[in-house]
Design a protein around this ligand. Sequence first.
Ligand code: G
Ligand code: G
Ligand code: MN
Ligand code: NA
Length: 254
Amino acid sequence: ATLSGALRKVLDRGELRLAFQPRLALADSRITGVEALLRWSSDEHGEIAPADFIPLAEESGLILEIGEWVLREACLTLRRWQQHGVGGLTVAVNVSVLQLLRGDFPEVVRRVLGDVGLAPEALELELTESVLMANAEQTAAKLQAFRAIGVSLAIDDFGTGYSSLAYLKRLPITTIKIDKAFIDDLSHDPEDAAITSTVITMAHSLGLNVVAEGVETEAQLRFLSQHRCDEIQGFWLAQPLDPHACLAFIRNWT
Ligand code: G
Ligand code: G
Ligand code: MN
Ligand code: NA
C-alpha cells in the first residue's frame, strides 16, 4: 500500500509509539518535564519520520485521531511515572493546526485529562507560529479556554514562522521555545547569539518561560546559562527516549 494507505491502519495495528525528551531548568539543574514525540514503525515501510507522515495525516484528517491518541498516551505515561513516585513534571504535546481549529478541542483535552486522572497543570500544548496565525480570532478564544483550566501553552520553533510579534501580547502564551536553528551556531555566529539573547530578554519582560531547543554542546549551554535562559532541551541532555529509558534517566539525574 501507499504510505497514506498504511497510515490509515496505523492506530489499529498499534504501530505508533511515543518518545520522550527531557527538559532541564538551568537555575537549579532539575528536570522539569518531557516533550512527547511521535514515532511510526510501519510493517511495510519501516521507520518513518514525523516530518514525512504528519503532513499526510493532516491531508487526510487522520491527524485528529492520531493527535488524540498522542495526547492520551502522553498523559497516561506521565500519570504512570507519578504513580512510580516521579512527580512534579510536565508533559509537552505537539498540536497540529487541524486539532486546534476543531470546535471541541478544549473539551477533548479536558476529557482526556479527566479519564487519565492528570492535573491540567501537568500538560503543556506546543503550537507553532503558523498554527497561531491560521485563524487569529478563533485561536485566541481557544487558547483562553486552555488557560482557564490550567493547561500551559508554548510556541514551538519560535522565530522560524511567518508571524507577527503582536500575538505575544494578544494570546495567553506561557512559554517560548527558541528554535534549534538559532541555537546551532550560537557560539560562532554573533547574529544568532544576538537574536537568542534578545528573545530571552523579551520573553522575560513579557513574563514568559523560555526554552532553548536542540542544545548539543557545553558552549551553547554556557551561553544560555549566562543569558538566563530558563530551560534547555537537546542531545546535550538527552535524545528522545522510550518511556522506560526516559523514566530511568529522570530517576538517575541529580
Ligand atoms: O522527533 P522529530 O525531530 O523527528 O520531530 C519532528 C517534528 O515532528 C517535530 O518538530 C514536531 O513538530 C513534529 N511532531 C512530533 N511529534 C508530533 C505529534 O505528536 N504531533 C504533531 N502534530 N507533530 C509532531
Ligand atoms: O517539536 P519540534 O519541532 O521542536 O521537534 C523537536 C525535534 O528536534 C525532535 O524531532 C527531536 O528529535 C529533535 N531534536 C531534539 N534535540 C535535538 C538536538 O539536540 N539535536 C538535533 N539534531 N535534533 C534534536
Ligand atoms: Mn515541539
Ligand atoms: Na521546535
